[in-house]
Each structure stands twice: as C-alpha cells, then as structure tokens.
Design a protein around this ligand. Structure first.
Ligand code: OOG
Ligand code: NI
Length: 472
C-alpha cells in the first residue's frame, strides 16, 4: 500500500523529473539551489534547519496550474485531495495586478504539521473569470465558456483513482502507479495543435486568458524549489548566464529574521508548438508559457504582522512615487529596520509572528511555580519557541510573477463593474471549504500552548488568550 503522503512525495518527484526533461533551465535552478543549501548548511549548522529540516527543504516544491471553470477546479481538487492537499487561501489577482490577469486563485497544500514535515508539496491554482466584463465582452465570454465546456482536462480513470485514494488515504501499489502516471501526464505540455486564430483572439485580451482558454489542456507552468539564501542563488544564476527578472519579490534582505516569502524567477523560454491556421494547415509556432521560479521561506506572520507587512509595502510605494530614481531594496531595508522587530523573541512577544512552544529541557527545577504568561515563561527559560514557516503565497508577488511573463499588457475596461468573487464563493464553486491560512497557523500555535499548559499544570486558557495576558 502507498500512503497519501507517499503518493504526494512521489507525485512531486515525478513532476520534477518531467519538468526537468522538458525545461532544462529548471534543472540548473534545482542544481544551484541544492549547492546553495549545502553551503548554508555547512556555514550555519543547525540554524539552517530552523525553518524546516534539510530533507524537507531539498524535496520542497510548489507548482502552478491554471484552469478555466469551476467544474475543472472541482476536478483538480479531487486529484489534490488524493494527495492530502486542501484549498487554502483566496487570492484575487485581478486586483493585485496592473495588467490584465483575469483569474482568482487558491493554493492546494497539506495543512497539518506532521504532513507538512513529511512533504509540503503545494500547487498555486488559478481559475479564469470569463464573467468579468472588464476583460471579456458578452460575445467573447460565451465563445470562451463554450470552448471550455467542450474540453476534458482529466481522464475519468484518473478521477476515479483519485476519489479512491482520498477516501482510503492510500492506494494499492499497482493503482498508485497508474494514478501517478495519469496525474503527471495531465500536467505535461500537450503536443496537440493549437487553433491559432482563437489563441490570438484571447491573447489580445490577456496572455493569461490565452494560456488557459486557448488550448484544450492544462500544464504546470512552473515548479519552484526552495532555497535557504535567495540573494546568493540570484548571484549564482546570473553568473551562469541565466537572465533573472530584475528583483526579488517580497520582503527585502535585512539583518532580522526572514518572514513570509521571497521569490524570483527567470522569464519563460520560447518553446516550439504546433499551430493550426484558419485554412487547416499546421505550422510550427512558438509560445512562452513555462518559466522558472525559486523561493526562500520565512516565518508566518499573524494578522497583525501581516497588516504591518502590507502597510510597509504601501510605504515603499509612496517613497518610490516621491523619488522614482531611488533603490527599492534600500528603501525597503530602511523601513523594515524602523518598523519590524529584528529578533524572533520580539516578533513573538508582540504577537506579530506564529511559533510553536515546548517545555524547555533546561527549565527551572527548584520547585518554583512557573509564571502565567507565555512572555514570562519564555523570558524565564521555562519554554522555548520554534518559528512556524510560512506555507502560503503573497498576492502582490504572485501578480508580479504573472506579469513578468506577459508579453503585452492585454486590455481591461475599468469602466465596467468587476464581478465579485471571494473565499466563500470559491468554496461553493469547488465544493470544499477554502481554508483560512491564519486559522491554520493559529491552530498549530494554540495546540502547542495547550500542551505546555498541561505539562506545567497551568491554567488551560494559555492557548486561547493573547500571549502576554493573564486572563481571557
Ligand atoms: C501562478 C503565479 C503565482 C507564486 O509563486 O506566487 C505563483 C501562475 O503563474 O500561474 O506561483
Ligand atoms: Ni510560484
């Protein structure tokens, strides 16, 4: 029998093999990431593994796919459900992007600590919004919806096996093998000829719309390894002659703890694709739809911490508007130093980041009673904190990744009212609850606090009240 996490790990590994065969620069990215990680481990020792074991980090990948309809989204959810991955978070990239990115998204990922430690494979999954009149007029919308309704992304056999794996949380060896083959095949780039004029019609509105709705299949568009020093990775990739986008997105490099997520990418390479002309003849064309991305992960921020991060992004924008020639990273570093505490202890004490706590092996054993707040327990050496790694994505960065790979701006008519989508709408469309990432981190943190309360015979509200308060 192959268990759910083994299926997930095997799927991630096979997808990586497939992508490496098809996109050679990805292999370079993985090799350089491994070298950087080994160097960081050598120089930092145990500290390098503070946000995940080297085993986890080396195997860690996120992929991205795009689908066209709620029905396709429901099918994707069944395939990822088989792998123990659940929809987490709602991202509205229509609003986060300046150019035409007509999609809303979620990320499928494992949600509990043990499963994440075994293999945290996640997939950023976007769904086209043909009903949004800012991008699609009534005629194009109806042609697009008809086209999407007529395609089949996933064979019924794959979906049946997926349901079986999800229900039993495992599959017999032969069925697991078949499931993995079919699942990897579903995310390969298709060789079927593309209807050139239809593709180009959509491309005028948005390259993303063409990538999703201009073809009869879906594909992984990037597969992202995790690196422990993304600035060093950027330097080494550039030295190897691979042209990266000009920034690292997300928080700046600074002297304090890494928080959230930093990402950078290289632009999609032109790949030969068969195109069918209106007269029926098939010619060879080229499309840029698959690119490379790499990321460094930091500590998960609480709602307060995240609000501060978002406010800092706003301040960076303001300063850049006042002084367009200024260096973005410099501005960001200065703002970070001014507005974010630069130690894990301070992030914890101010309730800005998530940690799990455990009773310290070196706690006082002189018969004294432990203090009643987490802050005091930490300060007096009764408990230790371990940071929770950020397992999710950032809408601004995601929009930046989409945009860095668009050849044109596309078009969008902001005089039209947007069609509203939110997390509840997406839950209904998928038929599964889209989970709130903050609630998941909080649950992990509170679970650890409840355990401490039990071990130290403290008031059991410890896990349910603010970190430095004595009563609820
Ligand atoms: C997804 C872009 C978002 C990330 O890492 O933020 C993403 C896409 O291009 O389909 O993967
Ligand atoms: Ni990505």
């Amino acid at each position: 029998m192959i268990s759910q996490w083994q299926l997930r790990a095997a799927f991630a590994a096979r997808l990586s093999d497939m992508y490496g065969r098809e996109v050679p620069a990805y292999t370079t990215l993985v090799d350089v990431s491994r070298e950087v990680n080994e160097d960081v481990l050598r120089t930092q020792g145990a500290d390098a593994e503070r946000l995940g074991s080297i085993g986890r980090v080396t195997a860690e990948r996120h992929g991205a796919i795009r689908v066209g309809t709620p029905g396709e989204m429901r099918q994707v959810a069944r395939i990822f459900g088989a792998l123990g991955m659940h929809p987490v978070g709602f991202y509205d990239l229509r609003e986060a992007a300046a150019s035409a990115v007509p999609v809303v998204s979620t990320a499928f990922r494992p949600v509990d600590g043990e499963e994440l430690a075994r293999n945290p494979f996640r997939v950023f999954t976007s769904m086209l919004t043909p009903a949004d009149p800012r991008f699609f007029d009534a005629d194009l919308r109806s042609r697009l919806e008809t086209f999407l309704a007529g395609r089949e992304l996933f064979p019924p056999e794959l979906l049946t096996l997926a349901d079986r794996a999800e229900a039993a949380k495992e599959l017999p060896d032969a069925e697991a093998e078949r499931f993995l083959q079919l699942a990897v095949r579903a995310f390969e780039l298709s060789t079927e000829p593309i209807d050139k004029s239809w593709y180009e019609t959509l491309e005028k509105v948005s390259a993303v719309a063409a990538d999703i709705g201009g073809v009869r299949s879906t594909h992984i568009n990037h597969l992202t390894p995790r690196v422990l020093d993304i600035d060093e990775l950027y330097r080494r990739m550039t030295a190897r002659g691979i042209e990266m986008i000009d920034t690292i997105q997300g928080p700046p490099a600074w002297h304090g703890p890494d928080v959230l997520l930093r990402q950078t990418s290289f632009r999609a390479l032109a790949e030969p694709r068969a195109m069918r002309a209106p007269d029926g003849s098939v010619q060879s064309g080229a499309l840029r739809v698959r690119f490379g991305e790499v990321e460094a992960r930091g500590i998960a921020l609480t709602r307060d911490g995240r609000a501060r991060y978002d406010r800092l992004l706003g301040l960076i924008d303001e300063q850049l508007t006042r002084d367009p020639g200024a260096d973005r990273a410099e501005i960001a570093r200065a703002l970070w130093a001014e507005h974010l505490p630069d130690t894990e202890q301070a992030l914890a004490a101010q309730g800005l980041a998530y940690f799990t706590y455990r009773v310290s092996p070196g706690r006082p054993r002189d018969g004294s009673r432990p203090p009643a707040t987490v802050g005091e327990l930490l300060a007096q050496g009764w408990v230790e904190a371990a940071p929770l790694v950020y397992e999710d994505f950032l809408p601004r960065s995601a929009a930046g990744i989409f945009q860095s790979n668009l050849s044109g701006e596309g078009s969008r008519d902001d005089a039209q009212a947007a069609t509203a989508y939110d997390s509840d709408w997406l839950s209904g469309a998928i038929g599964r609850e889209v989970l709130d990432p903050f609630a998941l981190y909080e649950r992990q943190q509170n679970h650890s606090l409840a355990q401490i309360a039990q071990e130290l015979e403290l008031d059991d509200t410890l896990g349910r009240r603010p970190l430095n308060s004595r009563t609820q």
